[in-house]
Design a protein around this ligand. Structure first.
Ligand SMILES: Nc1ncnc2c1ncn2[C@@H]1O[C@H](COP(=O)(O)OP(=O)(O)OP(=O)(O)O)[C@@H](O)[C@H]1O
Ligand SMILES: [Mg+2]
Length: 291
């Protein structure tokens, strides 16, 4: 079986690859709205960075179950997925987890208008793909949605490795990015835009966001679409999401403009909450740490 070659852990051996006598005990099969865990079929480069969190479910006996839509967005939809080993105690780490699956749509309804400025300086390698994406053919849209999923997954991996507060990226498969679900149970954490906080809490939230922006800038990066809608607040901690357009401040000629816009978006919201802050000052501080 081809996917066995990508396994990097003996625990990954799928039950459906078990020897014949063992198969007699294997009665669980995915039902409606379910599939075998897609983890075993991904290659190492399609998996999130080490160290892997203890809650990750890597067993190939696991089944993915669709729990519903978290939110439909401009470019894709976010679904809630349960990944669990049937009949294993769910409270033991590695047996059960709820994940967010962001699936890029790429139909005419999806909004890739922003792609041109973000991809400047990035470069698509295959000219056939470049032309197809530019013309917006159905093949071009299919290429684009895989590219955006890959771009978001890679950005999540890079930022996780830098220690920035983003959901842990579990894996990418074609147009689907599976990542840590930020929330409690099946309820997603609120976006910053929905949060009402005391002045002291606001100051703390603002400092966390500034810290996030500093880590990125010090590594030559900006979020590129930062706003109170792309920041989740979970138990007092800010987690940044929606990262396919992460901008390289060195190679992208529009990089500083996008960083400036991020500063304005963040400071405008905090100013409306009556927290004193200055977008120009923040921008200046961040430009000073870009290497
Ligand atoms: N990892 C996650 N954990 C919990 N909720 C999430 C997660 N990722 C996304 N969401 C929810 O799904 C929404 C849409 O996600 P995201 O912003 O990444 O997609 P989008 O296509 O850009 O959507 P939009 O057009 O609303 O910005 C978020 O606002 C958030 O409510
Ligand atoms: Mg968003």
């Amino acid at each position: 079986m081809t996917f066995l070659s990508s396994l990097d852990d003996p625990a990954d051996v799928p039950p459906h690859a078990a020897s014949a006598p063992e198969l007699a005990f294997q009665t669980v099969e995915p039902g409606d709205g379910q599939r075998w865990s897609t983890w075993p079929a991904t290659t190492p480069s399609e998996r999130g960075p080490m160290p892997r969190p203890a809650w990750l479910v890597t067993s190939a006996a696991a089944i993915d179950t669709e729990l519903g839509v978290v939110k439909t967005g401009k470019e894709g939809d976010v679904f809630l997925i349960e990944r669990a080993v049937p009949d294993a105690p769910p409270d033991v780490a590695g047996n059960h987890v709820v994940l967010a699956a962001k699936r890029y749509r790429g139909s005419e309804h999806s909004d890739f208008h922003r792609s041109a400025i973000y991809t400047e300086g990035r470069g698509l390698r295959r000219t056939r793909d470049v032309r197809a994406v530019a013309r917006g053919t159905s093949f071009g849209r299919a290429v684009a949605r895989v590219q955006w999923a890959t771009a978001e997954f890679e950005a999540l991996c890079r930022l996780t490795e830098l220690g920035a507060a983003v959901p842990y990226p579990v894996q990418v498969s074609e147009t689907e990015v599976l990542m840590e679900f930020i929330g409690d149970g099946r309820t997603a954490a609120p976006r910053l835009a929905q949060v009402r906080a005391t002045p002291a809490e606001l100051r703390d939230l603002f400092h966390q966001i500034v810290e996030f922006m500093h880590v990125l800038a010090a590594n030559g990066l900006a979020h590129g679409d930062l706003s109170p809608y792309n920041l989740l607040v979970h138990r007092g901690r800010v987690v940044a999401i929606d990262l396919p357009q992460v901008v390289d401040l060195v190679s992208n000629p529009q990089g500083l403009d996008l960083l400036h816009r991020d500063c304005v978006n963040v400071c405008d919201w905090f100013t409306r909450q009556r927290l004193e802050c200055d977008a120009e000052q923040l921008f200046g501080e961040l430009v000073a740490v870009i290497w």
